[in-house]
Design a protein around this ligand. Structure first.
Ligand SMILES: Cc1ncc(C[n+]2csc(CCOP(=O)(O)OP(=O)(O)O)c2C)c(N)n1
Length: 643
């Protein structure tokens, strides 16, 4: 798409002001160049691909019409902000997307004033935009607010709460509904069906005429008159997908073709001057510009690095070790084969949480509730009350949306629901918005809750089996990683509040939980080999209830006990250990806590992040050397002692 001199528009268009100088043809070319750039970088770095490819024209049109150095642009979730980043002065850094020290894969106010919020969780854009709009109105500022929300995220409870309230704003407030008929997988639920019906029953021309008609009659800059409300309501009978919003007082426009840049600009210009809450329904194609992504938008929602072969097919590097997600997927199938009461629930993430095999084998026992984690957990309570054994597979970070349901609907009712918390701990390049750093802290206070973590594939099976045999709620956590080779010896069953000693030693104890068992074992091996130190490694298995006998015995020995956990130090397993020591009147002067400090860990590879918080084998060994007076303790920055 370069001109004869080989110059690309993207070489000279680096800000929204510059793109406003371009012709419509050049803007269309700019969209293609943005897609090429995104494909080129994501194929090397990994990241969100298909959603970003779909919004190139929409991003350009928004920046063409609005001035987001003053107006507010909120991308819901924020995973589709790559073109926005490139066009707001960050193009030269785009090469280092999601790398340590490079650009975040999500909006980030520390990078640019064009990003009002750091985001990554679905459903927040309408609410934060409403807050900004409310404050602008109160201060008499003439700034406009735009929230871009996907068709899967608009059904999120938070989005709906935002819609409910934003409808009351008597001023400009635009929601752009970016409808590509996909969440990560196909969208699920009644709203998805309603949007599908619009797509199937109306041609763009028909819709264009209706929208045209409505736009022509809008009293720009004034309160909408009763007559025009009636006109809008007349159109509603044809545009039935918009009824839900119109009934709330949010005027509905569209759907329009989200790849027709001229049309987008024309409609957005009119809507920028519309002094009432409005929703513009835009159809886009997820993956546009990369055939492999159009054909498999789920696979290319957030791919790892890949190359493209001579046939134009994407090729991924082969992995040798299974991931935790894959191991969970197999363990769940085994459990479901053995017990027909087992049902599985996902909140729009069948692939990410390892439920696709379950969905294929047991479609009638599989439920995708859409991006609705709170509903997923409350619904699981209902299923459990009816005698089923629900397993909710959810990322640790998104489970935060359902803490209240874990409290009231699960723990208080003592219901046997199993929460399988994938991506627990540091998650790598998705960064601060996605770390599962707090699940022990938010679940441990709940009476009757059992918390477990497996340390290898055999433990995953044993742990899930145990969880499904309990009469109360359970959470199992495991990281975004490959599963380590098996622990030494056969895997004993998970018994109530019993830890597993992985190796003995009298110099110190490493008390580990799930993911930290492997680096702790490697550290113990290194210390034995290089320093002649015999260090015990104990796999806690349970963060609740603790193996009180074993842990207090180790503390009472007086040699260092280092708790290693891929979780915040505040409120984690280590805190539970200190509580135990206090309850038993034991001195905990020899206890140290290794985990994620009181900070948001930035994007980098998971290995880099683990090393940053001193949870890799070398740092654990260095910590012990420091405690045992061998050498300096380079990991002291994230070691929190209790003394
Ligand atoms: C609360 C929450 N749950 C789950 C996710 C994981 N997630 C990221 S993007 C996505 C799909 C979003 O679909 P949609 O809003 O339609 O946007 P699209 O990717 O299709 O543009 C999901 C489920 C999330 N970010 N936040």
């Amino acid at each position: 798409m370069a001109n004869p001199d080989g110059e690309k528009l993207l070489d000279r268009v680096t800000t929204p002001q510059q793109l406003r100088q371009l012709s419509m043809d050049e803007l269309a070319q700019l969209a293609d160049e943005l897609r090429e750039r995104i494909i080129e970088v994501v194929s090397r770095r990994g990241g969100h691909l298909a959603s970003n490819l779909g919004v190139a024209e929409l991003t350009i049109a928004l920046h063409y019409v609005f001035d987001f150095s003053r107006d507010h642009l909120l991308w819901d979730v924020g995973h589709q902000c790559y073109a926005h980043k490139i066009l707001t002065g960050r193009g030269s850094q785009f090469d280092n997307l999601r790398q340590a020290g490079g650009l975040s894969g999500f909006p980030s106010p520390s990078e640019s004033p064009y990003d009002p919020f750091a985001t990554g969780h679905a459903g927040t854009a309408i609410s934060t935009a409403a807050g900004l709009a409310w404050a602008d109105k109160a201060a008499n500022r003439d700034a406009k607010s735009v929230a871009v929300v996907g068709d899967a995220s608009i059904v999120n409870g938070l989005s709906m709460e935002g819609v409910n309230n934003a409808a009351m704003l008597r001023r400009q407030f635009l929601i752009v509904l970016n409808d590509n008929s996909m969440a990560i997988d196909r969208t699920a639920g009644a709203m998805a069906q309603a949007l599908d019906r619009i797509r199937m029953t109306h041609t763009y021309n028909q819709l264009k005429q209706s929208t045209e008609h409505l736009l022509r009659h809008l009293p720009m800059g004034q309160e909408i008159s009763e007559a025009l409300r009636n006109l809008a309501s007349g159109l509603r009978t044809t545009l039935h997908g918009g009824q839900i919003f119109e009934a709330l007082g949010i005027t509905y426009f569209g759907p329009i073709d989200g790849h027709d840049i001229g049309e987008l600009i024309r409609v957005l210009k009119r809507l920028a001057a519309f002094n009432q809450p409005a929703i513009l329904h835009v159809h886009t194609e997820k993956g546009r510009g990369a055939q492999y992504a159009v054909e498999d938008p789920c696979r290319f929602h957030s791919p790892s690095a890949y190359s493209v072969d001579a046939n134009g097919d994407a090729v991924f590097a082969k992995r040798t070790n299974a991931t935790w997600t894959e191991v969970f997927s197999e363990a769940l199938l085994e459990a479901a084969d053995a017990d027909e009461r087992v049902v599985a629930i996902t909140a729009a993430m069948p692939d990410g949480t390892g439920l696709t095999a379950f969905r294929d084998k047991y479609p009638s026992r599989y439920i995708d509730v859409g991006i609705s984690e709170s509903h997923a957990v409350a619904m699981a309570a209902g299923l459990a009350r009816a005698g089923l054994r629900p397993v909710v597979a959810v990322y640790s970070t998104f489970m935060q949306r359902a803490i209240d349901q874990a409290f009231q609907e699960l723990a208080l009712q003592k219901l046997p629901v199993v929460l399988c918390l994938d991506r627990a701990g540091l998650v790598g390049s998705d960064g601060a918005v996605h770390h599962g750093f707090a699940d022990i802290a938010y679940l441990r206070p709940l009476p009757g809750m059992t918390l477990m973590a497996p340390a290898d594939a055999a433990e995953m099976r044993a742990c899930l089996k145990r969880a499904l045999s309990l009469e109360g709620p359970t959470a199992i956590r495991y990281p975004r990683d490959v599963v380590p080779a098996g622990l030494p010896g056969p895997c004993p069953p998970f018994e109530h509040a019993r830890s597993r000693v992985l190796c003995e030693g009298d110099a110190a104890t490493l008390l580990c939980y799930g993911a930290t068992c492997e680096p702790a074992m490697a550290a113990a091996k290194e210390l034995r080999r290089d320093d002649g130190l015999a260090v015990a490694v104990v796999n806690a298995r349970f963060a609740k209830p603790l193996d009180e006998e074993e842990i207090s015995r180790r503390i009472a020995l007086g040699s260092p006990v280092v708790v290693c956990e891929d979780h915040a130090v505040v409120g984690g397993l280590g805190s539970a250990v200190l509580e135990l020591a206090a309850a038993q009147g034991l001195s905990a002067a020899n206890v140290r806590l290794l985990g994620i400090g009181d900070e948001f860990v930035a994007h980098a590879s998971r290995a880099q992040q683990l090393s940053q918080v001193s949870l890799d084998a070398a740092s654990i060994a260095a910590t012990l050397r420091g405690l045992l007076g061998r050498k300096a303790d380079p990991a002291r920055k994230s070691v929190q002692g209790n003394t």
